[in-house]
Ligand binder design. Structure first.
Ligand code: PXP
Length: 237
């Protein structure tokens, strides 16, 4: 079964726009779980422009599904993750000011750094995932660094889906096979949507998890959160 992890950053962005607690990020996360989400993802950034450090600790004891924290492994991020002990940590190579993640790791060039960081999380019993492009070498070095999983950066698939979905998905199927041959678990995320998710899943049915935020929260404006989550889950059958 491919799990749906709902990224709730956008809910926090909306809350922060007014300074109060509307919408309530914790309530939305718990409702996502009630409506069928298999996990909740947050991406705390140093400027706390969406998810705050305090949100992580508010969510941690209340979530009933898998908690995934993603981000750049700065000393502050590492400290936060080790204290919160989520089920999974996803390492992303984004700079503090970046709008959103826009590339996977160069795992070969960062082998030593990633090995040290992954070691700390592995020793703490936290499952690790490394965000990578669909590139065999990047996946091989993620495995060498000690990752449990890789998360494939799916933006290029989403962008090219409308032009030719077979061509768009091909490198991801190849990358997924490389990950499988190395014994790595497989996640995917970025710009997945109700339009492109079902085909992606049909081509890589052994995916462990997809992590989806922007499109899902946007769809919820029209469909409501409950129906939206059901529709995303239906893409993963
Ligand atoms: N995976 C990673 C590593 C991300 O940084 C993001 C965006 O925060 C996502 C998945 C989800 O992407 P989207 O919001 O486009 O669904």
């Amino acid at each position: 079964m491919t799990k749906l992890s709902v990224n709730i950053n956008k809910v926090a962005t909306l809350r922060n726009a007014r300074g109060g607690n509307v919408p309530d990020v914790v309530k939305v996360a718990l409702d996502c779980e009630t409506f069928g989400a298999d996990g909740i993802t947050v991406h705390p950034r140093p400027d706390e422009r969406h998810i705050r450090r305090s949100d992580v600790f508010d969510l941690r004891p209340l979530l009933r599904t898998e908690f995934n924290i993603e981000g750049y492994p700065s000393p502050e991020f590492i400290d936060l993750v080790l204290k919160a002990k989520p089920h999974q940590v996803t390492l992303v190579p984004d700079s503090p000011t970046q709008l959103t993640s826009n590339a996977g790791w160069n795992t070969k060039a960062n082998l030593e750094f990633l090995s040290d960081v992954l070691d700390r999380f592995n020793n703490a019993g936290i499952r690790t995932s490394v965000f990578v492009a669909p590139d065999a070498e990047a996946i091989e070095y993620a495995a060498k660094a000690g990752a449990d999983r890789v998360e494939l950066y799916t933006e290029p698939y989403a962008t090219h889906y409308a032009t030719n979905r077979e061509v768009a998905v091909a490198p991801f199927v190849e990358a997924a096979k490389v990950a499988r041959s190395l014994g790595l678990g497989l996640n995917a995320g970025h710009d997945l949507s109700l339009q492109n998710l079902q085909f992606f899943h049909s081509q890589i049915p052994w995916l462990d998890e997809v992590s989806i935020g922007h499109a899902l929260i946007s769809d919820a404006l029209y469909l409501g959160l409950q129906r939206t989550i059901h529709e995303y889950k239906n893409c993963l059958i």
